[in-house]
Ligand binder design. Structure first.
Ligand code: HGY
Ligand code: MN
Ligand code: MN
Length: 409
């Protein structure tokens, strides 16, 4: 049965565009790198919105922003969440949609004068993207107790800024203990960030879980030398080793089912046209829905990196940046996403998330579900990221129904 909770679509869309104006890029996307000035402005915007809705607003030790709507009874809360930080070439929807849909549900409940039986809360997690600091999903990793605030305070970004200091600088190093709010269930509305729903003509994705993720940082150290005078056989070229590893990683994806690989960072030092690279720091983002196959791919790539280093007579060092096992969501709630979508007259299909999400950390604490809406052209982490108004409103209403139901069960 469909509940009578329906969010205010136009208000949801205008709130989304209001947030999108913070860190807006000329290409039409958003850039709010974690703990940057733009992130600070986005956080202030969110805090003001939460207070405006009369939510009890708290900030925890790693900057997770929590807005609580007190229920009639004590007990674990139904939590909605996502993130407002973006990658460097971010769009308007990744993360922001889930946070704004949570705000909109709270506003709708206020309009209807409805108070849930249980506490409800909205959380915007710190550094979900992992684009500036590692690991990704850092705020929910600490919220779930998988890392401590002290551990993540020491994390440095690529130019040496320290997370704890940056958090202090933007005024979001709070005092609440991460995880202070017990969760009864967690829901996250998010764009699919891939092509499946749109290609297959589905409006809603009932997400069954998140695939396994391993991020490696590989540093090759050779010998800087003159690019014009040094005979090829005498070179110890770190760039050659890195290039070979990138090629091998792509070849592994053709051999191991479901395997993905991305060398997103390739930093060459000194990075001069006429100097044989002394050092190359590169990253590999390896993913697979099957944990065992991911481990197989990683082992082959690690072994090859050692060989490539030997062949090029350079030194290799490999460091973990992130490591998450595949994470299934709650079957009862997945089925509820499907039945609510159908009750609202929307086409729905089950789907595994290719992207990591805070939901995968919350799923280690409580029954968790995600609702996907289509990404037009399958684009994401790209300023042209786009989802239609109708799909956004449909997704927000599905989440509103099942979250409200859970908060009164
Ligand atoms: O990398 C991811 O999957 C997410 O966008 N943090
Ligand atoms: Mn996201
Ligand atoms: Mn993302």
């Amino acid at each position: 049965m469909a509940s009578n909770i329906r969010i205010n679509g136009p208000r949801l869309l205008s709130t989304l565009m209001d947030l999108a104006s913070i860190g807006a890029t000329p290409e039409g996307g958003c850039r709010r790198m974690a703990l940057s000035e733009e992130d600070r402005l986005g956080r202030n915007w969110l805090a003001a919105r939460m207070r405006g809705l009369g939510l009890d607003m708290r900030v925890d030790m790693v900057g997770n922003i929590v807005g609580i709507l007190r229920g009639q009874e004590d007990g674990p809360a139904v939590i909605l969440g996502s993130h407002i930080d973006t990658v460097g070439t971010g769009g308007r929807y990744d993360g922001a949609l889930g946070v704004v849909a949570g705000l909109e549900l709270m506003a709708t409940l206020r309009d209807l004068g409805l108070r849930p039986k249980r506490d409800m809360a909205l959380i915007a997690f710190t550094n979900e993207e992992g684009a500036r600091f590692h690991p990704d999903m850092l705020g929910s990793v600490v919220w779930a107790g998988a890392m401590t605030p002290e551990e993540v305070y020491a994390e440095r970004d690529a130019v040496g800024f320290v997370l704890g200091e940056e958090l202090e600088k933007i005024g979001y190093k709070g005092t609440e203990k991460p995880g202070f709010l017990q969760a009864r269930a967690y829901f996250e509305l998010h764009i699919e960030q891939g092509p499946v729903l749109e290609r297959e003509g589905f409006r809603i994705g009932a997400v069954t879980g998140v695939q396994a993720i391993t991020w490696l940082e590989i540093t090759f150290t050779g010998q800087p030398n003159h690019g014009g005078t040094t005979p090829m056989k005498y070179r110890r070229d770190a760039g050659l080793a890195a290039a070979r590893v990138n090629l091998l990683a792509h070849e592994v994806t053709r051999r191991i089912a479901g395997q993905l690989a991305n060398m997103g960072v390739i930093r060459v030092e000194p990075g001069n046209v006429n100097v044989v690279p002394e050092r190359v720091i590169c990253t590999l983002d390896l993913r697979n829905p099957d944990d065992a196959l991911l481990a197989e791919a990683e082992a082959e790539i690690r072994a090859f990196a050692a060989e490539a280093a030997e062949k090029a007579e350079v030194v290799v060092a490999i460091r973990d940046l992130a490591r998450f096992p595949s994470q299934p969501f709650d079957e009862r709630l997945i089925a509820r996403v499907e039945s609510a979508a159908r009750a609202h007259g929307h086409s729905v299909r089950r789907i595994v998330s290719g992207a990591g999400h805070d939901a995968q950390m919350m799923a280690t604490l409580c029954p968790t579900a995600m609702i996907f809406v289509p990404s037009i052209g399958g684009l994401s982490h790209n300023p042209k990221e786009f989802s239609t108004e109708a799909d956004i409103i449909a997704g927000a209403n599905v989440m509103a129904e099942i979250a409200w139901e859970e908060a009164n069960a």
